[in-house]
Design a protein around this ligand. Structure first.
Ligand code: UD1
Ligand code: MG
Length: 449
């Protein structure tokens, strides 16, 4: 990590072309905001306290969306262009020595390796620093790169101001720069408003530095998909697809089997251990972690869940903020939510819902049950159709079922209520009073023949 490197991320713009009431950098691709992806890349080359994010449009929301502690912020009240935004960062920067990396906040695909390469080129070259360039088959909208006879950057010409010859150039500026900090700050005052946009273009710094004898070196990158800037929702979808495939590839290379990888949706922060199998059309969202030797059945959607090793999730399980312990089997068609916990070797079967409920080790709820606000011990059998009646219309109440109890099919347990260890509830009972350990409880009408 270079101690002399400050990274500035430009994220103050509105993003008119997104046609949204939310600031552009707050839109999500690959399971995180556009801005957080850029911050993630910057963190590979510098520490959070040396990262400055320039915010402006919806500044509070953008600032709140950044989860990395220590990152600094600078405000650009009026969006007068990328050069002006960079100038606004100056107040939040401690050192004007070394290198100054500036990244557009709308390029979520940028890889850490590319920033390392850019940094190396800037260090080796000296002078004004370096900037990433790439060839785009359709360069429309990007700044075009003009080179001097030595191959250095002579200038960057924006779409709005280019001549037809300049606009025919395929080498573009993707918006990742690493300037020599002393030269950059010394000359930033020379930026003038562009014609016709009346904005201060950061891109003009290449020409200004060249004029002062400190030309900027190009760092050409072949894979232009990594350098896509997001300006429309079409580009957002393209970026999402690339990030999803990147994540799936990373997991496969680390030992996870993914069937039909192009159909799965796995967020960037998800972790899956080796030898687990992910079937088609699975979604793993948020901060979900999956242990080793698990199988996640087709169509399942797990968000912020924790799965230990050897867990079987059968098809079409929907689980949110829940834990599934080693050797458990959940599904098909089960729902776990609000910190539900399926203990070791438990079995949660079809059409069973667990809400804020802990199912102890080895317990089973195999069919058609609603278990809400319940603490269920180990070795319990919950019969088909069991319901914990946890809501009296005003408040929620809890149910406790102790170890080894047997709940007969179609029982309703009216909370607050406790079923003691080893107790047996006859099928079809409505239980409104606590049941002693080892007792047989029947709460139903006698059969008349
Ligand atoms: C910019 C570059 C262009 C490059 C392209 C790559 C300039 C003048 N042009 O154009 O050469 O090819 O990116 O994607 O830099 N921003 C602010 N404050 C402002 C204006 C913009 O913070 O006043 C931020 C935006 O939030 C965005 C980034 O800077 O994250 C780039 O701005 P954008 O308007 O998208 O620039 P482009 O037109 O794409
Ligand atoms: Mg842009």
């Amino acid at each position: 990590m270079n101690q002399q490197l400050t990274a500035v991320i430009l994220a103050a713009g509105l993003g008119t072309r997104m046609k949204s009431k939310h600031a552009k950098v707050l839109h999500e691709a690959g399971g995180d905001t556009i801005l957080n992806h850029v911050i993630r890349a910057a963190m590979a080359v510098t520490s959070p306290d040396r990262i400055v994010v320039v915010v402006g449009h919806q500044a509070d929301k953008v600032q709140a969306s950044v989860r990395v502690p220590g990152v600094r912020f600078a405000i650009q009240t009026d969006q007068k262009g990328t050069g002006h935004a960079a100038r606004c960062a100056r107040t939040a920067i401690d050192s004007e020595e070394g290198l100054l990396m500036i990244l557009n906040g709308d390029g979520p695909l940028l890889r850490a390796e590319t920033l390392r390469g850019l940094l190396k080129t800037a260090e080796e070259h000296g002078g004004g620093g370096a900037l990433v360039t790439t060839q785009m088959p359709d360069p429309t909208g990007y700044g075009r790169i003009l080179r001097d006879p030595q191959g250095m950057i002579a200038a960057i010409v924006e779409q709005k101001s280019g001549t037809p010859e300049q606009l025919a150039i395929g080498e573009v500026n993707p918006g990742a720069y690493c300037f020599s900090a002393p030269e950059f700050w010394k000359h930033i005052g020379e930026l003038r408003p562009s014609i016709p946009a009346r904005e201060f273009y950061l891109t003009d710094m290449a020409e200004i530095l060249a004029r002062h004898g400190h030309p900027v070196a190009p760092f050409p990158v072949e894979d232009n998909t990594e350098l896509l800037g997001i300006n429309t929702r079409v580009e957002l979808a393209t970026a999402d697809g690339i990030l999803r495939m990147r994540k799936a590839t990373e997991l496969m290379l680390s030992g996870v089997t993914i069937e039909y990888p192009e159909t799965v949706t796995i967020d960037v922060d998800v972790q899956v251990a080796a030898d687990s199998v992910i079937e088609s059309n699975v979604q793993l969202r948020g901060r979900t972690t999956v242990g080793s030797n698990c199988r996640i059945g087709t169509g399942s959607v797990l968000c912020n869940c924790m799965l230990s090793d050897d867990v079987k999730v059968l098809p079409y399980v929907i689980a949110d903020s829940s834990t599934i312990r080693a050797g458990a089997s959940v599904g098909p068609f089960s729902r776990l939510r609000m910190e539900a916990e399926a203990g070791e070797r438990t079995h949660v079967g079809n059409f069973v819902e667990l809400k804020k409920t802990k199912l102890g080790n080895g317990s089973k709820a195999s069919h058609l049950a609603y278990l809400g606000d319940a603490t269920i011990g180990s070795g319990v059998n919950v019969g088909a159709g069991t319901i914990t009646c946890n809501y009296d219309g005003e408040r929620k109440h809890s149910t406790v079922i102790d170890n080894g109890a047997f709940i007969g099919s179609n029982s309703t347990l009216v909370a607050p209520v406790k079923v003691g260890e080893g107790a047996y509830i006859g099928a079809g009972s409505t239980i409104t009073k606590d049941v002693e350990a080892d007792a047989l409880a029947l709460g139903r009408a006698h059969q008349v023949d």
